[in-house]
Design a protein around this ligand. Structure first.
Ligand SMILES: [Ca+2]
Length: 357
């Protein structure tokens, strides 16, 4: 017997109860009447009428399993469909096979026949694959260079640490490292850090003097994006400019002191001149970079080395050679051709002059 339409006073009735039932059979409405059911008249312990079902199809046990949960399904009398309200698992499904939790529907009838449908079902399987997303964003931290660092080399190692929380894990395909707003597409290497973190290393080369910016972005496997990590740092490689105005190179003097003077200026605006040393002794440098120093000379050839060094240790040197000669020429071997000579006559005086070293 096929039930086209049915209304009962109870959705589920047990054989020990009396109840009323009204239904039509193949479009012919039948009035209410009483069923004094007894154990002898029914073999099942429960009967349930569902529009569109056959009279004897008594479904008694319907539930859904998902990630270890068992959720009993209830019949919606309006729709005639079972409903299982499921609380999503607390963890992301990313680590599961195919990145989804797979639900299984179990249905058992009164006779003990069991049907299970899982996500392999050709028609309904896709409806039973449940992608669960976690909501905790990963973190990105740039370890080096450090914020506002002032660096003296034009190659710098960029090191950054990426870490996810929430369970889905880092999606390494989403990592975007930018140096001065240019995406780095090769040369990044990764090692495993603590607690599932990844440590990225990249060698940034040919950095010009000035300010540079590094950013790192990453997203986890569930689409949560880290707050962009950003640092700025400065490169200053240009050595100081050094001018020595005095002494002239190869000066020969009989003064035991010589003034060493000139100007030293930083190679970039990011650094200052830290020192000007003359043969290792610091000279006073004024705010304009001018310096003046009295260098004591020793007899003979003096090498004077002037070194200007900036705050990063970059230096420029100039060498001057100055000869101190305090020894007077020596005259000897004086011979006059005649020491008595007539007026208007000639004589010759010969002699030797030497300049002692
Ligand atoms: Ca996460």
């Amino acid at each position: 017997m096929y039930i086209n339409n049915v209304a009962t006073s109870k959705t589920r009735v047990y054989i020990s109860e009396s109840f009323s039932i009204k239904f039509d059979v193949q479009g012919v409405s039948i009035p209410w009447f009483e069923f004094p059911f007894s154990n002898e008249s029914l073999t099942e312990n429960m009967i349930q009428f569902v529009k569109g079902s056959t009279l004897m199809s008594a479904i008694k046990n319907v539930y859904v399993t998902l990630n270890g949960q068992k959720i009993v399904a209830t019949l919606n009398e309006e729709t005639g469909k079972y409903e299982a309200s499921i609380t999503a698992p607390a963890a992301s499904s990313w680590s599961q096979a195919d990145h989804v939790y797979k639900a299984v529907i179990h249905a058992e009838d009164a006779a003990g026949n069991v049907t299970e449908m899982n996500s392999d079902d050709a028609t309904y399987g896709p409806q039973l694959k449940i992608r669960v997303l976690e909501k905790t964003a990963p973190t990105a931290v740039i370890n080096s260079p450090t914020q506002d660092a002032l660096l003296g080399e034009n190659t710098q190692t960029v090191k950054f640490t990426l870490k996810d929380a929430g369970g889905s894990g880092l999606n390494m395909d989403t990592v975007v490292l930018k140096v001065d707003n240019t995406k780095i597409t090769s040369g990044i290497t990764y090692t495993d850090g603590d607690d599932g973190s990844k440590v990225g290393t990249y060698s940034a080369k040919s950095l010009t003097d000035g300010t540079h910016t590094v950013t790192v972005d990453v997203t986890d496997n569930d689409g949560n994006a880290a707050t962009t990590a950003t640092i700025t740092f400065m490169i200053s490689t240009a050595a100081p400019t050094l001018t020595v105005t005095t002494p002239a190179n190869n000066l020969i003097t009989n003064s035991t002191k010589v003034t060493v003077a000139g100007t030293a200026k930083p190679g970039t605006s990011m650094v200052t001149v830290a020192s000007v040393k003359i043969n290792g002794v610091a000279a006073t440098v004024n705010s304009d970079g001018n310096f003046s120093y009295e260098q004591t000379l020793t007899e003979g050839v003096n090498t004077i080395t002037i070194i200007a060094t900036d705050s990063l240790g970059k230096n420029t040197s100039i060498t001057r050679t100055v000869t101190l000669d305090t020894k007077k020429p020596v005259i000897s071997d004086v011979v006059a051709s005649a020491t008595t000579v007539a007026v208007g006559g000639t004589l010759k005086i010969t002699f030797k002059v030497t300049d002692p070293a």
